[in-house]
Design a protein around this ligand. Structure first.
Ligand code: DON
Length: 601
């Protein structure tokens, strides 16, 4: 016992040393070179990493400093389902590249993690090939052609729940078109090859784990899902599927086979389209064959941000993720060095920077096919400097408050790297957990409730409490503004360093930014950066949210004294899945607050 303890500690120290040896150094310090000096520097970096994490983890925090990461030499897949990560690694081992593996993981998530993994939703994929090519794919849902600006407002001017539950809540799904497009352009395998693991999981079934079963034991969700056709599969006899039972999804297996054999046409024009439109018509939905036929994913140039010598490649609109993260980091860059993670000053600067970036996000951004997004201004260093100058380092700014609405939330992010150094960061979602609840009978899948991401009534908060303006109002064919933020970070030498991103509505942006900052600014190891307590500020509601026990009472008091409304979040903030380059390979860490798997080889 003692021996094994000793061995695991030795393994941990070895891992720390390995990370420290190529752990990003402060931009002022030179990168370590080989030789004895490098060893001393590596030891120093390890000490810095441990000290940073120790300062950031208050007494009583749920995680300990120094947890190990999954380490692998060749490739790594990190997702919210171990089976889906294994599917990705199966494809990597069979000679596929990171894009092949990402598409395999994406389809597998639709089977093993149906609360967020999907073919009835949409997402964003950020790809960087080892030769330096970098691109993003937007396969966000679009508003159906029959959608209207005020379709969710009743005759008395009140916003209804129809953007959240039921047939009218869905946008036209983009996932199948997006994954097929990414595979066609940058993959090396066929759809049939990369979809084989997903088809196997659906046809043969997989063992339901406790997280999956627990997620279903929620009365609101039960009521929602059992009022549509999917209820019989997930609540057989009215009771949620049990942990340890085998979930076979024969309809979904057939749907996936059709896609594998005939490509996305099967979904957008063929038999799956027929089932989807039939379901819409039965339930009073408005998605038509024409909507499906017209759906197209869009390749877009990534937002390229720099932060103290590092480069971030991030998602442009129709996601707000890249711009909002860039603006936040640009503001923070004016405070050098940042105060330590866990300090009152750091929380204050983070909150004030996020507040300003979210004000712009919520009022100025929307689908670029409909709105002129002021990208250059919002991502410029000069603009950020002006915003930074408005921050009072001792006092909070103010924005009017209102109550936050609470809803079940589920999205899922996965990160992939292959042995050649190709990288893919993908975030995909149905929006709420199990989307709108609507189930495509015969098709075997849930539909999204992404229409709620529009400003269904500009000025009125959506399910995430986001108050947004006309730039994000509903128009036929328009993409609703997202917060998804799949991100790839390059080190100051331009080499792939990190692949990350998150689920969690607007907390996606803050959590992704914080994990990146914990690595490149505070020099934590990835496992600690992922476990560090998180904060969230989205301008409205004007509240700095923190994770319970993630801030000491004294820190909370100090922030209140500075004028912040500070409130604990009900659960963890966001769900991040990340990979970091280390000497000799990769560290992968799936979200410690949730289920998932980091699988490498
Ligand atoms: O695109 C968006 O910003 C939202 N539909 C994301 C929703 C989400 O992350 C839910 N939670 N985990």
């Amino acid at each position: 016992m003692r021996d094994s303890l000793h061995r695991s500690r030795a393994a941990l120290l070895a891992a720390l040393f390995v990370v420290a040896a190529c752990h990003p150094q402060p931009s002022a310090a030179p990168a370590p070179s080989a030789g004895p000096t490098a060893i001393v520097e590596a030891r120093d970096a390890t000490r810095v990493a441990m000290a940073a994490a120790n300062a950031a983890f208050p007494t009583g925090w749920r995680f300990q400093v120094g947890a190990p990461a999954t380490q692998a030499e060749h490739g790594m897949v990190v997702s919210n389902s171990r089976l889906a990560s294994e599917a990705g690694v199966e494809i990597l081992k069979a000679g596929g590249n990171a894009v092949d593996a990402a598409v395999a993981t994406g389809f597998a998530l639709a089977v093993t993690h149906p609360t967020a993994g999907n073919i009835g939703g949409g997402g964003f994929m950020n790809i960087r090939m080892a030769d330096g090519r970098s691109m993003t794919l937007d396969y966000r849902e679009t508003a159906p052609l029959a959608a209207t600006r005020d379709m969710y407002v009743d005759a008395s001017g009140k916003l209804t729940k129809k953007s959240v539950v039921g047939y009218l809540a869905s946008g036209v799904p983009g996932s199948v078109a997006g994954m097929a497009e990414a595979l066609k352009k940058y993959g090396t395998m066929s759809l049939a090859q990369v979809m084989a693991p997903a088809i196997r999981f659906a046809a043969e079934g997989f063992e339901v784990d406790s997280g999956f079963a627990r997620g279903l034991r929620n009365d609101t969700l039960r009521a929602r899902l059992t009022s549509f056709d999917g209820g019989t599969l997930f609540y057989p006899g009215g009771t949620a599927v049990q942990a340890g039972s085998r979930l076979v999804q024969s309809d979904l297996a057939r749907t996936l086979r059709l896609i594998a054999e005939s490509g996305p046409k099967a979904f957008y024009e063929g038999p799956i389209a027929d089932s989807l439109v039939a379901a819409e018509q039965r339930g009073g939905g408005i998605i038509t064959k024409e909507d499906l036929r017209r759906y197209k994913p869009e390749w877009r140039t990534p937002i390229k941000a720099t932060y103290r010598g590092y480069t971030l490649l991030a998602m442009p609109p129709s996601s707000s993720g890249g711009i909002t993260m860039t603006e936040t980091l640009n503001i923070l860059e004016n405070f050098a060095p940042l105060p330590p993670a866990g300090s009152v000053k750091y929380a204050h600067l983070l909150a004030e920077s996020c507040r300003r970036a979210f004000i712009d996000r919520n009022t100025k951004l929307g689908d670029p096919a409909f709105v002129k997004n002021p990208l250059n201004e919002l991502t410029s260093k000069d603009y950020a400097k002006r915003l930074a100058a408005q921050i009072d380092v001792n006092h909070a700014s103010k924005t009017p408050a209102f109550d936050m609405k609470a809803e079940g939330m589920e999205t899922t992010h996965y990160s992939v790297v292959d042995a050649s150094g190709n990288a893919v960061a993908t975030t995909t979602t149905l929006n709420g957990g199990y989307g709108s609840g609507v189930w495509v009978r015969g098709g075997g899948f849930f539909m999204n409730n992404e229409m709620d991401d529009f400003a269904a009534q500009p000025g009125t908060p959506n399910m995430f409490g986001l108050v947004q303006g006309e730039a994000n109002s509903i128009r036929p064919g328009k993409r609703m503004l997202s917060a998804m933020d799949p991100t790839i970070v390059l080190d100051p030498q331009g080499k792939l360093l990190m692949v990350t991103g998150a689920a969690g509505g607007p907390t996606i942006i803050t959590a992704t930014t914080e994990v990146i900052l914990d690595v490149i600014e505070h020099h934590m190891m990835l496992a600690d950066a992922m476990r560090a307590p998180r904060l969230h500020h989205q301008s409205l509601p004007d509240t700095l949210r923190y994770e319970a026990n993630g801030m000491s009472a004294a820190t909370v008091d100090s922030l209140r004294a500075m004028g912040h409304a500070v409130a604990p979040n009900r659960g963890g903030l966001a769900n991040v899945n990340s990979i970091l380059r280390v000497p000799g390979g990769w560290h992968g860490v799936n979200e410690p607050r949730s289920a998932g798997g980091a699988v490498g080889y």
